[in-house]
Design a protein around this ligand. Structure first.
Ligand SMILES: [Zn+2]
Length: 196
């Protein structure tokens, strides 16, 4: 597929990539730079890697002005990272909501543990940050044994809200395409936070 996709250049590192791998920005008529995470806003776009280093350069060297050929409102690294974090969280939340509606998720520690004994075993386990350590260790051991990806995101209340429950300490996804889409966003999220 790679060959047919539109290629764009990162403003900072000048690497040429499929545009889907880059974050798109637009400059609104009021000269505010907006994150166009889903590549949907009209107008000229500017692109950057979803990497802390590249975003820092864009801010420091005021590269948006060059890209949009006008004096844009200055953006701070903090605001840029914040806007991206929000876009990524929205996207992750909607993927999890989709998984729930499609019946492709399992939640609660006993259900997740039991799911590993079935043929369609979970491929990804998401822990709430405030799950009890003992329960987390038990699920983590089993998931590791089955080669499932594991990560920690949100707290019990936030996970519960996404999944339409009051609280959720752990849940798992069984669908490969959904897991792949979710992990792509998750990795971007970590890169933007500057963690590796
Ligand atoms: Zn870059």
């Amino acid at each position: 597929m790679g060959r047919g996709k539109a290629q764009r250049t990162c403003l900072a590192c000048r690497q040429v990539m499929d545009q889907t791998e880059l974050v798109r920005f637009v400059c609104a008529p009021d000269d505010q730079v907006l994150v166009d995470y889903r590549h949907r806003l009209p107008g000229r776009g500017a692109y950057a890697c979803p990497e802390r280093n590249c975003l820092e350069q864009v801010v420091q060297k005021r590269l948006f002005n060059r890209a949009f050929r006008k004096e844009c409102h200055p953006v701070s690294m903090e605001n840029l990272a914040d806007a991206l974090r929000k876009a990524l969280l929205t996207r992750m939340t909607s993927l999890l909501g989709m998984a729930r509606k499609a019946g492709l998720s399992v939640f609660g520690s006993s259900a997740v543990l039991a799911a590993f004994d079935r043929t369609n075993a979970p491929l990804l386990v998401v822990f709430a940050a405030d799950i009890s350590a003992g329960v987390a260790a038990k699920v983590d051991r089993k998931a590791g044994h089955h080669g499932a990806e594991r990560l920690t995101l949100f707290d019990k209340e936030e996970l519960g809200r996404i999944l339409g429950r009051s609280e959720c300490s752990v849940f798992a996804l069984t669908d490969e395409a959904l897991v792949e889409a979710f992990l792509l966003e998750w990795k971007r999220y970590c890169r933007i936070l500057g963690e590796n």
